[in-house]
Design a protein around this ligand. Structure first.
Ligand SMILES: [Zn+2]
Length: 176
């Protein structure tokens, strides 16, 4: 399996200290993450996540119940939560958020509920305070975008959005 191949390569390069090798090592780690979390992968029909019980049927993850579970895996969303490795990050700065925190957090949770009902891999991982900002992390890029756009459309302020190289991750910032 790919993971083992990458781990071996990682181990071989561990003792090498020059800068070029560090860069290569970073790239390998990124590839590993890409393999672990990719959402486009096709699982066999009737694959269930052993953690959240989402099930892969008719070519997509859903909350459908199935009499027949043929395979068990940990889904990409549960894997990201376990690894604390979000796909979407929204950085919130400015005084507005703390002044309206309850209302805005309700908005986030309502958006999550709607998105997650249709797309089980889209979840909020955490809403955490760091120094002068609040970080919202998500398991999927669509929920992160939806949260960012909802903030801008409900409260204006200034929103920016940047995708990762492979478009498997997105970083947003919102300030008001
Ligand atoms: Zn899961």
């Amino acid at each position: 399996m790919c993971l083992n191949k990458h781990s071996d390569a990682y181990a071989r390069e561990e003792p090498v200290m020059d800068k070029g090798m560090y860069q290569r090592r970073d790239r390998l780690v990124q590839e590993k993450h890409h393999d672990v979390y990719r959402n486009q992968e096709k699982w066999p029909e009737s694959t269930q996540c052993s953690s959240c019980k989402a099930i892969f049927v008719n070519g997509r993850w859903s909350w459908a119940s199935s009499d027949e579970v043929l395979h068990n895996v940990v889904c990409p969303a549960c894997q990201r939560i376990a690894d604390k490795y979000p796909a979407g990050v929204i950085e919130i700065t400015g005084p507005f958020f703390s002044e309206h925190r309850d209302e805005i957090e309700n908005l986030f949770h309502n958006l999550e509920k709607k998105e997650n009902a249709e797309h089980p891999l889209e979840r909020i991982m955490a809403i955490s305070d760091e120094d002068d900002k609040t970080i919202v992390s998500t398991t999927g890029i669509h929920l992160a975008r939806r949260i960012g756009k909802a903030l801008a459309s409900a409260y204006e302020g200034s929103l920016s959005m940047r995708y990762g190289d492979d478009e498997q991750s997105v970083q947003l910032s919102w300030e008001r």
